[in-house]
Design a binder for this molecule. Sequence first.
Ligand code: KG4
Ligand code: ZN
Length: 365
Amino acid sequence: MADEPLVLGIETSCDETGVGIVRGTTLLADAVASSVDEHARFGGVVPEVASRAHLEAMVPTIERALKDAGVSARDLDGIAVTAGPGLAGALLVGVSAAKAYAYALGKPLYGVNHLASHICVDQLEHGPLPEPTMALLVSGGHSSLLLSADITSDIRPLGATIDDAAGEAFDKIARVLNLGFPGGPVIDRYAREGDPDAIAFPRGLTGPRDPAYDFSFSGLKTAVARWIEARRAAGEEVPVRDVSASFQEAVVDVLTRKAVRACKDEGVDHLMIGGGVAANSRLRALAQERCEAAGIRLRVPRPKLCTDNGAMVAALGAEMVARNRAASDWDLSADSSLPVTDPHVPGTAHSHDHVHETARENLYP
Ligand code: KG4
Ligand code: ZN
């Protein structure tokens, strides 16, 4: 195990400052500082507030992760950081910090993809990913079906949402119901006490002529909002639990149906579910049920590893090191729309030869 790469990962694409440390596929530390409370009163993440919070939390969170892992920064084999996609200003804080640490310590820098990290994190929970792996990626900004033959180099999108992401739909419906932000966890909680069959909400893009692997949640969102408005207009009470359960069922029904179909069509016997919405209890249960019925093995990380964290970035960084992928250049920049087909941002070879030993000694004595 000592031969496996020791990597620190930094995640700042949204509102969590995450710093994780892994050795190969073993999780050593997962420190997270969240600014979610600072955004709650605005009903969504405010980019400037997030950036400032990252700046304040960065160094203490790195120090805490190193302490939790019981390792010295000097022993690291590499520093990985989310290069995108995400909020530009927020990403920039992480990328700048990663560069500073990597340069000062004389370690290779790996700018990695946030979405690929959401998939790779499952290696920390269930061991190496089978190749190929089918991944259903569901977060606040993305909903995609991805087929990956190698998480460090080969990710093929089969389908994606044509409008809202699944997490976005949870957040919007929670707002209509006045349940606060983020909406996913609250709706998940209310739904447990509601009837998923109480209201028949539409299942987007599930007709015979619709694209098999694309998603649409905008029509569902409008249907739920209208249903709620009609109740309110009639002076009736809104049954929050039933609305939550019925809305959630419509989302997870479509997600799991399409994911299982993609596995069958592509002859893949493993399904991985990642991203914040993968923390949803009903999605996990229904996916388990449908995968079992179809003879597919399901892999979903524990909820804490599904939502944004630094361990997922470290996990992908460690895989980059293990597979000898080229490190990033010192001029690595944040790319708010980094495509999912780019698992990392490789630089030109030898870029790290430019690190000046003396400069390093001075920066990190
Ligand atoms: O992956 P993530 O932490 O950040 C992004 O990369 O976007 O995902 C955040 C999203 C939010 O929309 C949040 O409401 C949703 O994941 N989420 C959930 C649950 N926990 C978080 N959605 C449904 N059920 C949950 N338990
Ligand atoms: Zn995410």
